[in-house]
Write a protein that binds this ligand. Sequence first.
Ligand code: AMP
Length: 308
Amino acid sequence: MNLNPGIGNSPVATAGVSVIRSKRELRAALSEGRREGRTIGLVPTMGYLHAGHLSLLSAARAECDVVVMSLFVNPTQFGPGEDLDRYPRDEDRDLRLATEAGVDFVYAPAVAEVYPEGFSAQVEVGGNLTAVLDGEPERRGPAHFRGVTTIVAKLFNTVAPDIAYFGQKDAQQAAVIRRMVRDLDFPVRIEVLPTVREADGLAMSSRNAYLDEDARERATALSRALATAAGAAAESLPAALAAARAELAAAAVEPEYLEARDAESLETVTELNGRPVLIAVAAPVGGARLIDNVLIRPGAAAAPQEGE
Ligand code: AMP
């Protein structure tokens, strides 16, 4: 028996939420609910929770009998020179917020539990989906998405959720995960929820913690640029992107990319074509690499502040 709260492999109750560190304990904790036919919802996170994460937890709480949140800063999705070491972490605060959100189990494994000695398997979605935008070699590269799909596949195998929740904020990640689930027949429903924003439009992100006052102000240019692009897209996509670029330039923000893509295939599009179009941006601002996007649905007035 483990008498040391938070240490070892036994689930630890933190006023309502059980913190679990090992796959074995997690499977055991979920087995009764599964046997009784309760629906299990999974919300994968890297922690440092904000209102975007909380919206996923709230949807999971409303729709599922058992809610599992994973809390794991996944090293394999960070490139060399990226911010793995300084990625913000505050487990106590995350556990408090997860408790308030009604989460049943927080799965917070150590790196060695997820990637034991000799770990050498990978799950990869090939082709265009992971070779464009964030997946281009001069940006984060396809290794980033291999890291994402491998950890998400492992979480699906460990938790076996009925429904898993992701944010539209990471639109390419959501498209890649949908494709992985379809192609590999994971028996899970994927829910993608709208981007949650600060009052001034900035998409919530754990990385916003890196922004000082000046950078925080300049960062609002991303959502402004997307709003401009969305408003002008019906007339001409290239002109809409040019107007968005001007909006970024006015705030001295140099984008890594600002592009219009088919929302499902991520093929480049030059005009609205009756299918959902994603306008996506990534830009370094004050030491943070920020991403944001707006989805333009055919026939719907663009609503960039709602993100989806
Ligand atoms: P992260 O902890 O950044 O890996 O994010 C965990 C999940 O929360 C992912 O599915 C993200 O897409 C989602 N997420 C992050 N930021 C937001 C946001 N501002 N609005 C909605 N979902 C978000």
